[in-house]
Every structure is written in C-alpha cells, then in structure tokens.
Design a protein around this ligand. Structure first.
Ligand SMILES: [Fe+2]
Length: 392
C-alpha cells in the first residue's frame, strides 16, 4: 500500500529560537496574535517587533478572537489583511489563533471564495502565492495546529438552540512553512491550560497511533515519542510552569502529535468529546481528554497490540500482555490525577439533567463527526451514548 507523509518544512526549536525572525526575507508582515497572550507577555511581543525591525519588515497586528473564531470574524480580519498586502504571516497563539490565521491566509488569497469551496476538504485552490512565508509560533502545547491541515471555525446556523456549529477548513497547503518552538512562549501558560492542552496532545498522539487509517511508520514514531514526552514532562510543566526543559519538551510533544494526526487523524475521543464544546462551552482539550479513558476501553478489543506497543515504548513491561495493558491504563489514570484532571461531567460544571436532555443530539452529532470515521472501531449510536453516560 502506498502511504504519503506530509511534514512541516522547517521547525526551529529551543531557547532563543525566536531570533529566527531576524532572518525572514519578507517586507510586510501580518502579525496575528492572541490578545490574551499579548496582554500577559508584552516583553515577548516587543521582542518580536524588535526582530521584525532588524529584518527590515513592517507589520500590522490583528488580535485573534477569544476561544474559537467565528467565520465572520475571520472574514473581517482577512479584509484588513487585504488592505495591508503582506508577503509574510506570523501567527502567535494557541490553536484558535493558529487556525484563524491559517484560514485568513486562504481568504486573503481568494477574497471571493464561496463558503462551499472554502469547506471542501483537501480541495482548496493553490495558496501561498501572496504569502511567501507563514510562521507559526504556538503559545500552548496542545492542538498541534502548527503542523496540521485542520482549521476549526464556528459557523452560524438557523437553529436557535445551537446558533454556532464547528466546521473545518482542511488542506495540507495551510500547514505553516516555519514553526518556532521557543519555550519562552509557553512559560506564562496557566496550570489549568497546561493540563488541558497537554492532555489534548496526548489524545492526538494516542488516537493517531491507533487510527483506522493505514499504518504510517513516520507518523507512528512521532506519536510514540509524543506520548513518552507527555508522560515524562506534563506533570512538571503543570506544577513548575517556569521549568524551561519541561515546557520545551511539551512543545516538542504537541508538534509531534500534530504531525501524527496530520497523517492519521484522530478518533472517537474527538468525535464524542468535541460535542461538549458547542453544547456546554467546554474547552477543546478538556472535552476530548475527559472521554479518553472510556474510549480506550471501548477500542481495546481491536487495538491490544497497539496498546502494548505504547506501553513498551514508555517503559512498561509486566509478566503478561494483559497486565502490561492494565498497567498502561493505570499509568494514564495516575498521570491525569497528578495534574488534577477532572473525570466526570459534574467535575466540569455540567448538570446531569442538562446533559441527559442533550444526550440524543450529542450522540447523533458524534456519530456523524469526521473524527469518529477514523476511529478503529465503528460505534453504534447506543455505544456512543454509553461512552457519554460513563462520565458521571
Ligand atoms: Fe484535539
């Protein structure tokens, strides 16, 4: 079987890797930056501006929208970009900022593209014509958006009960040219965000590794190493946010996990968990990680071999296969406890009654979610409901 692997072109990592900006060749840059990050890290933003100056680049700034961007907002921002006529884009922020900047580029290249064409998966017209270099600088270690073709955006609906739904602009062309992983960008991340984004990266790595898509040795190596790094460094990054080594290793893990899902996709933890976002406003990382354990149990009958491989890679080996897998699942549960991760819907502030009221709709949406299609087992609607119901 032929398997294609698509990797980012350039990853610049380690302390002071931000200085790479000085070597940019462009003349005009759109800087799309998370407002929350900029407020807390004005010194780092000043450094970005300093390096732009040294590179002879003029810039304008677009602050990205809070949690998840709406298509309306992305379109408005793209209009500002069209007026500025940049040849370079630099996105600084978490997954939402990164996703919006990547969609803004498409709209900058094709201002009149229809929504239908924009959302045709892996079918965008040729981009990176006006933008010569796209630089991504993640400020969280989770989504891996800097290395993936997936870009989530909220789109208005006619349904007053669910006014916004998630849709994705998906194309490998949107993967940035340069990823800068400088730990200075993640040291100020609050502990709770460190935990939820770090767990999101772990879910990516595991789901990519056990995906229904064809095995891919390149992707699988990234996935295994990401899993190992997260087990080794997430507790420290959570407890000691200023520890640069823990932060740097979590950055590597998140980008590696992003590379893995770029090849093999995610699975049922994303298919089900993501429903908690639109229905209850739960953040992405939290929502997909809270269902990880029940989804792993559900997939066990068809992925024992892969669970064993993961267990061995992170140094677990008991007297037989069953015990080794059991120990791996226990270690996962211990990891989540060590970062105070919630395990029930009550822990994340969802009322049981409200949850049950939306169960049918959430299950239907989960069944139709693209991530569910790459899960190694194809669930029935009843099995999806059972997974949701296991979260009490
Ligand atoms: Fe995710």
């Amino acid at each position: 079987m032929t398997v294609e692997t698509i990797l980012p072109k350039r990853i610049v990592s380690g302390e002071n890797s931000l200085t790479y900006l000085k070597s940019l060749k462009g003349k005009r840059a759109s800087l799309i930056i998370s407002g929350t990050f900029a407020r807390v890290n004005s010194g780092v933003v000043d450094l970005v501006k300093k390096y732009f100056k040294e590179a002879g680049i003029t810039w304008h700034i677009i602050y990205s929208q809070g949690q998840e961007p709406t298509l309306e907002y992305v379109k408005e921002s793209a209009k500002k970009i069209q007026q500025f006529l940049p040849d370079t884009m630099v996105a600084i922020g978490g997954g939402s900022t990164m996703d919006s900047a990547k969609i803004m580029e498409v709209l900058y290249e094709y201002p009149d593209i229809s929504d239908d064409d924009l959302f045709k998966r892996f079918n965008l017209p040729s981009i990176r014509n006006k933008i010569k270099t796209f630089v991504a600088i993640p400020t969280t270690s989770g989504t891996g958006s800097e290395a993936t073709p997936y870009n989530v955006v909220l789109v208005k609906t006619d349904n007053p009960d669910v006014p916004l739904i998630k849709n994705s602009v998906v194309d490998y062309q949107t993967i940035p040219d340069v990823i800068i992983l400088d730990p200075v960008f993640t040291v100020s991340m609050p502990a709770a965000i460190t935990a939820s984004t770090g767990m999101d990266a772990l879910v990516h790595a595991i789901e990519a590794y056990i995906s229904k898509k064809p095995k891919n040795i390149f992707s699988d190596l990234y996935a295994l190493e990401a899993i190992k790094l997260i087990f080794d460094y997430l507790p420290k990054a959570y407890r000691e946010g200023k520890d640069l080594m823990a932060r740097a290793n979590m950055q590597y893990a998140a980008t590696m996990a992003g590379i893995a899902i770029a090849q093999r996709g995610t699975g049922l933890a994303h298919g089900t968990g993501q429903q908690l976002g639109p229905f209850f406003g739960i953040r992405h990382g939290l929502s997909v990680s809270i269902v990880l354990q029940p989804v792993l149990k559900y997939n066990m009958p068809v992925r024992k071999k892969e669970y064993l491989e993961i267990a061995h890679y992170i140094g677990i080996s008991e007297e037989n296969e069953e015990k080794t897998i059991k120990r791996f699942l226990k270690k996962l549960s211990e990891l989540m406890k060590s970062i105070d991760f919630p395990s029930t819907i009550q822990d994340i502030g969802i009322e049981k009654e409200e949850y049950l009221k939306n169960l049918d709709m959430m299950s239907k949406n989960a069944m139709e979610n693209g991530a569910t299609f790459t899960n190694p087992r194809t669930p029935t609607i009843e099995e999806i409901k059972e997974i949701f119901l296991s979260l009490f």
